[in-house]
Structures are given as structure tokens and as C-alpha cells.
Ligand binder design. Structure first.
Ligand SMILES: *Cc1c(COP(=O)(O)O)cnc(C)c1O
Length: 430
């Protein structure tokens, strides 16, 4: 596979963009590869600057559940685009998207649109703090909620208590308000509650997709809700990735739990910068201009982004058995690769939730970030590189999820499984 144009273009990018990318994981750092510069895409395929074609399991990191350039979404975008690109004033389309999300997702009365998942979680936390009149928050190790100061916090050493900044530039004055608990571990969560009597909310990816795919178990989520009630903290589900991906109703499909606030992103923007946070009336009504919790955005609810997201939601809602079909393909893929791996003596842990899938080169079940970090990342890097050379584009890190989109079918998946057999053979015997 020739990637000379990608190499040249990436070098050029590095001279003007830090690391050559506008979001770090795109640099392929953890798999020692040269990222492909993408020129165009269609259905489930990406095409790079050297005209190589790849089966795309990243799909813009989740948004493109209908694949690239879905005809109905493109039509909606064009139709809206020709009338104007931005007004900075309310449009009927925003109401329609809000209604659609509220009707699909149980337990929320109102939502507000923003431009990124980062903004959605930042705003949800501000609201939770204002509502509860408390300052501390609890997050879980391995969950990612965007790059807000108060969320770029990792577990301190030893038992779970107050976190420390996970990036230079985050003042410890901010991180001291964030406690970090272990995922799928109620004792750890309760010890965080006990360490602070000032917890505004617990924020969690109910189906964690940012440490690889690691879903919370049902009892754990029930316990989280109970502890939130006991300590009078709000429960915030971050469904930026899992919303409309793990199931149409998101985590509600798996956990029958009341939540106080929820964040969405990725799929609801149909590939455009659009995200949202929502929740109960009494909480959401505290937002400006109704209440005095300030939150705003020049381009929030941008009509093109809303049109793309709305047309995506309408379409997925009307495709019969869409999530069952996507899930069957995801199971076929992960089982297929795992069988091939086992034949060559490599152990794998796999997981599927709707159109999301994950796999670890790991001997043991993965229930939290510590387990995930025990995976063989060196083996993953080799696997990733060799699959890429065969035209299979997996996320360039063990700690990311993969996605199935509707243009994929059994042949797509079987090609990938066959490639994996060749790759495992090369790694074992090459
Ligand atoms: C992607 C993601 C975010 C951040 O969204 P951005 O649009 O990248 O800011 C937040 N939470 C979760 C769960 C995500 O997967």
C-alpha cells in the first residue's frame, strides 16, 4: 500500500498544526503509524490522498451511523443550506429536533443544543452545581467527558479520593472539586461520597466507550442511583457516544434508571458540530434566560447541523430492526476476529452494545480502566497497522470503541475476519 501522499501531507500539516492534527488521537501516536489524510468517503469507506480505500470502523468517532454521505441526510443538508447557513435566531427546526430527542429518550423534559460534547458536559455540570448548591463532582476513572478543566482529572494513587489534573494547565484548584471513582465499583463510589459532603453530581458514561467498550453492569447503575439519592446528588448520564448508538433509547434500553441530566452529541449531529444536554423541567428551567445559570453559544443550534442531525434521527427511527441488525454484524465481527485470534494463541475479550463494539487483547474480563490498561497494547498496535495496510480502518488505540454503520453487511464483515486471520498468522509466524 502506497501512502506517500499521506506522509507528505501529514508532514506539511505538522508545520502549521500542532502534531499535524486538530484532535490528538488522529495522529496515530499509540499505534506508531502515519495517519491517512482523507480525501473523501462514501457509505462505509474512506478514501485517502493516495486513493487507498478503507472499511471505516471509526465513522467520525461515532456520528455516522448511516455511513458517509447518506442520500437523505445530504438532501436535508442541501435543502437547508440553500436557504441560509446561520441566523443567530431561533428556527422551527431546532424545536423539531428537541421534540424528537425528548420523545425518544425517557425521562427528560427539555434540552438545549450546543456545539460539542465538551460543551454539553461542561454546561450540565454547571447546572448540576447550581441546582444542588454544591461544588464537588464525582467521575469514573476511564470515562471521558470532553476536555473541560474539571473533567481532565485522573484518580490519585491509592484509594479513590480527590483527583489530580490529568493535563498541565488544569489548576489543582479546579481538580480538587473532582473525585474519581472506580468504574463498576460501588464501594469506591461510596468512599468518594464519604470523602466529600459537597457532591453536586455523579457523571458517568453508562456504556463507557472511551476506555475501549466497557459497559456498566445493571446492579452497578442501580447502586449509583441509590447512592446519588442517599447523598442528594444528581445523576448525569453522558450519552454523547452511546446515545442513538448502543440503542435508539440509549442506555435506557439496558438500565431502567431515572436520571437527572443527560448529554448527547455525535449521532445527534449527523456529522456536524452539534451536541445537547437535557433533563427534568425543574433543573433545565434554571438556565438563562428563564433562570440565572448562564450558558450560551453564537452558533448553537446551527441550522445545517440541526438539519443533518434531525434527518439522521428520523431515518434511524424508521429503519426496521436497525439496532438488531447492526448488533448482529458487530457480534459477527468480534466473534469472528476472536476465533481467528484464538487459533493463533492470542486471547481476546470482546464486547458489543448495539452498533458499538470493542475488543481487548487481554486474558481476563475487562470491567474497569485498570483491567483495560492490562491489555497487550503492543499486540494491538501490530494488529492495527497490519489491518490498516489491508484496508481496514480501526480506531488507532486499544482504548477506543468501534462502530458498525448501516451500509455494512455480512460480506463487509467477513472480508475483515479473513484479513484478521492473515494478520494473526503474520504476527505469530512472520
Ligand atoms: C466524544 C465524547 C465527548 C466529547 O465530545 P466532543 O464533541 O469531542 O467535545 C464527551 N463524552 C463522551 C462520552 C464522548 O464520547
Amino acid at each position: 500500500m502506497d501512502i506517500i501522499n499521506s506522509i507528505d501531507a501529514f508532514n506539511e500539516a505538522k508545520s502549521v498544526i500542532p502534531g499535524g492534527v486538530n484532535s490528538p488521537v488522529r495522529a496515530f501516536g499509540s499505534v506508531n503509524g502515519n495517519p491517512r489524510m482523507i480525501k473523501s468517503a462514501y457509505k462505509c469507506y474512506l478514501i485517502d490522498e493516495d486513493n487507498n480505500e478503507y472499511i471505516d470502523f471509526i465513522q467520525s468517532w461515532g456520528p455516522l451511523i448511516l455511513g458517509h454521505r447518506d442520500a437523505d441526510v445530504i438532501d436535508a443538508i442541501k435543502y437547508t443550506l440553500e436557504k441560509g447557513v446561520s441566523y443567530g435566531a431561533p428556527t422551527i427546526l431546532e424545536t423539531e429536533l428537541a421534540k424528537e430527542i425528548i420523545s425518544i429518550y425517557d425521562g427528560i423534559d427539555k434540552i438545549r443544543l450546543v456545539n460539542s460534547g465538551t460543551e454539553a458536559t461542561m454546561s450540565a455540570l454547571r447546572l448540576a452545581r447550581a441546582f444542588s448548591k454544591k461544588d464537588d463532582i464525582i467521575k469514573f476513572d476511564g470515562c471521558y467527558h470532553g476536555h473541560n478543566d474539571s473533567l481532565l482529572v485522573s484518580a490519585g494513587s491509592g484509594c479513590a479520593t480527590f483527583g489530580s489534573p490529568s493535563s498541565p494547565g488544569v489548576p489543582s484548584d479546579f481538580s480538587k472539586h473532582t473525585l474519581v471513582a472506580r468504574y463498576n465499583d460501588l464501594d469506591s463510589l461510596e468512599s468518594c461520597f464519604k470523602a466529600s459532603n459537597n457532591v453536586a453530581c455523579v457523571i458517568i458514561e453508562p456504556i463507557a466507550g472511551n476506555m475501549g467498550l466497557v459497559p456498566a453492569n445493571v446492579e452497578f447503575i442501580k447502586g449509583v442511583r441509590k447512592l446519588c439519592d442517599k447523598y442528594e446528588a444528581l445523576l448525569v448520564f453522558d450519552e454523547v457516544m452511546s446515545g442513538f448508538r448502543a440503542a435508539l433509547e440509549g442506555a435506557n434500553h439496558y438500565y431502567n434508571t431515572e436520571i437527572d441530566l443527560v448529554t448527547f452529541g455525535k449521532v445527534i449531529g449527523g456529522g456536524f458540530p452539534l451536541a445537547a444536554f437535557g433533563g427534568r423541567d425543574d433543573i433545565m428551567n434554571m438556565l438563562s434566560p428563564l433562570g440565572n445559570v448562564y450558558q450560551a453559544g453564537t452558533l448553537s443550534g446551527n441550522p445545517i447541523a440541526v438539519a443533518a442531525g434531525y434527518s439522521t434521527l428520523l431515518k434511524i427511527k424508521n429503519i426496521k430492526n436497525i439496532y438488531e441488525n447492526l448488533e448482529n454484524l458487530a457480534i459477527r465481527l468480534t466473534n469472528g476476529i476472536k476465533n481467528k485470534a484464538n487459533n493463533f494463541g492470542f486471547n481476546m475479550q470482546t464486547c458489543v452494545r448495539g452498533s458499538m463494539f470493542g475488543f481487548f487483547f487481554n486474558n481476563n474480563e475487562v470491567k474497569n480502566f485498570d483491567d483495560a490498561k492490562n491489555s497487550d497494547t503492543g499486540l494491538f498496535a501490530k494488529f492495527h497497522q497490519k489491518m490498516l495496510q489491508r484496508g481496514v480502518y480501526f480506531a488507532p488505540s486499544t482504548f477506543e470503541s468501534g462502530f458498525i454503520c448501516t451500509p455494512m453487511n455480512e460480506e463487509t464483515i467477513d472480508k475483515v475476519i479473513n484479513d484478521s486471520e492473515i494478520v494473526f498468522d503474520e504476527i505469530r509466524n512472520g
